[in-house]
Design a protein around this ligand. Structure first.
Ligand SMILES: Nc1ncnc2c1ncn2[C@@H]1O[C@H](COP(=O)(O)OP(=O)(O)OP(=O)(O)O)[C@@H](O)[C@H]1O
Ligand SMILES: [Mg+2]
Length: 509
């Protein structure tokens, strides 16, 4: 045989797609070409495959070798094609005669023939199943991800020799057992019972969790803003299997899955440092990769000390926040990464931190306060559904005998409110109030006449934008859901308005 074809997979955004690795060995000057838009890591495959073949006792063909990665019009990145490439060469050169149809292979090779881990195994196994592949071979170090997908037989291999022994029947491997999905809250997440006092901020966090709303916490140093934000994951509802698969796929292609975790069991919580670049936050780069917004998909993105982030980075959040996905365009095509996340941000109201403090004096000039606050642009501010002041904690609160309500009981109310939303929006792509489209908003957030009057006066008084108006209604909807009320009443709306008045106090908008 001088030609052979081996199935493999590639990645486009967070989705896998089938790739055919075709090898042709023909007469002519010795050479080794890879075509089909290979990236730099794919081109380097040649050297790894050549060394691995020799070191495993095979001869490297001294002929003209052409390898094509089909489809030829999509850019291929990474080292996943090492293994299928080696198999295609062995078959084309007549050194291997096994039937490899209906099997797919991915894996990087070491010079001695070990099969090394690669990124993106989970989405590639999912794509293999979708393409009707019966058996897939993946690197042993990625076994946990391979075990997640049912409906396909997956083998994990650590060396070419183990793979060949299995294919020849001399040393059969056992297929990976399928893992169960067991969603739970990470035990390492701290509990809300430790947050003393702060009734209003605590209530706002509960509303945010119940309706998946973005929330901004403003207050002086040491009032508990970071403390509140870090406890948010403890009151979020469990992920569904579908959500877990989406979130894990992002982490799988970036390589941020913890060792031996195949499927994330709790919602991602990302808190990038404020020195993060715009690309690091929203994604992109020469070899495109998802940013923090996508790593937070189906979970929380927490930006602590919001004004310290570069303006370019925070402004870059505007589009992903609206669209819940990021599209990166390149000459070779465009990629889309999902980013449906809850944005939580914390900040001091000024550089010294005490502007508006009831007892301590702020040492900033009026001009510097304005300049500090203006680091948060109007459009970004508009995208927070809840603006919450976190006042300094009083001595009495701090020394209260009883601990505050714990996360488990808050979470129960959140779960109930989320169930109501899931039922109401069944049959649509919407899961939470925060995702309501304008037409559904009108249908599900109709105001009573007295609430309408209140809304009218608030609209003018607070100088609301159309977006802020919509977001206000969504928050009111969530408050009603927490209250177990299908009707949106005036008290629900007035509580929601409370969480939109902070921009007046600090930003004078
Ligand atoms: N409400 C509270 N109940 C109990 N402890 C609190 C509370 N608020 C703050 N603390 C204590 O103060 C510490 C600092 O709080 P935290 O880091 O959340 O403040 P912060 O508001 O984020 O301040 P900064 O603006 O300086 O970032 C906490 O680790 C905790 O020990
Ligand atoms: Mg803090």
């Amino acid at each position: 045989m001088v030609f052979s074809q081996v199935h493999s997979l590639g990645l486009l955004g967070i989705d896998g797609y089938p790739v055919e690795v075709e090898a042709d060995i023909s007469q002519g000057l010795p050479g080794f070409d890879i075509v089909g838009m290979p990236g730099p890591a794919v081109k380097e495959s040649r050297d790894r495959v050549r060394a691995a073949m020799k070191n495993c006792g095979f001869s490297f063909p001294v002929s003209r070798i052409t390898v094509n990665l089909a489809p030829a019009d999509v850019k291929k990145e990474g080292s996943v094609y090492d293994l299928p490439l080696l198999l295609a060469l062995l078959r084309a050169g007549g050194q291997l005669s096994f039937n490899l149809s209906n099997m797919a292979f991915i894996g990087e090779l070491s010079l001695t023939g070990e099969v090394r881990p690669v990124h993106g195994v989970l989405p590639m196994v999912l794509a293999a199943r979708k393409a009707g592949i019966a058996t897939m071979f993946i690197p042993k170090a990625n076994a946990a991800e391979g075990a997640v997908v049912d409906g396909i037989t997956v083998f994990a291999v650590d060396h070419i020799k183990t793979l060949l022994a299995h294919l020849s029947g001399e040393g059969p491997l056992t297929a990976l057992p399928k893992t169960e999905f067991n969603p739970h809250t990470d035990a390492a997440i701290p509990d809300f019972s430790e947050v003393m006092g702060q009734a209003i901020p605590r209530r706002a966090m509960e509303i945010a969790a119940a309706g998946n709303h973005n929330i901004l916490l403003v207050g002086p140093p040491g009032s508990g803003k970071s403390m509140l934000a870090k406890r948010l994951p403890s009151i979020l509802p469990d992920m569904t299997r579908e959500e877990a698969l989406e979130a894990t796929s992002v982490h799988s292609i970036v390589g941020t899955l913890p060792a031996d975790v195949g499927l994330l069991s709790s919602r991602p919580f990302r808190s990038p440092h404020h020195t993060v670049s715009a690309v690091g936050l929203t994604g992109g780069g020469a070899v495109p990769r998802p940013g923090e917004v996508s790593l937070a998909h189906n979970g929380v993105l927490f930006l602590d000390e919001l004004p310290e982030f570069s303006r370019q980075a925070t402004e870059g959040l505007r589009q992903p926040l609206e669209d819940q996905r990021v599209t990166i365009s390149r000459a070779s095509g465009s990629l889309t990464y999902p980013c449906s996340f809850m944005l939580v941000a914390a900040m001091n109201p000024c550089a010294c931190g005490y502007y508006g403090h009831p007892t301590r004096e702020c040492t900033c000039s009026a001009h510097s306060v304005t300049r500090y606050l203006s680091r948060i642009s109007g459009p970004l501010l508009d995208r927070f559904d809840l603006h919450v002041e976190v006042p300094p904690v009083g001595y009495i609160d701090l020394n209260a005998k009883d601990p505050s309500e714990n996360s488990a009981s808050i979470r129960e109310r959140v779960n109930t409110a989320r169930r109501v939303q899931l039922e109401r929006y069944a049959g649509t792509r919407i899961r939470t109030n925060s995702q309501l489209t304008p037409s559904l908003l009108r249908r599900h957030c109709a105001l009573s006449p007295d609430a309408e009057t209140l809304m009218e006066s608030a609209f003018d008084r607070l100088g609301l934008s159309a977006r802020a108006y919509d977001r206000l209604l969504k928050v009111a909807r969530t408050i009603a859901d927490l209250d177990g009320s299908e009707k949106l009443r005036i008290e629900h709306l007035s509580e929601a308005i409370q969480y939109r008045s902070l921009d007046r106090k600090y930003w004078h908008r």
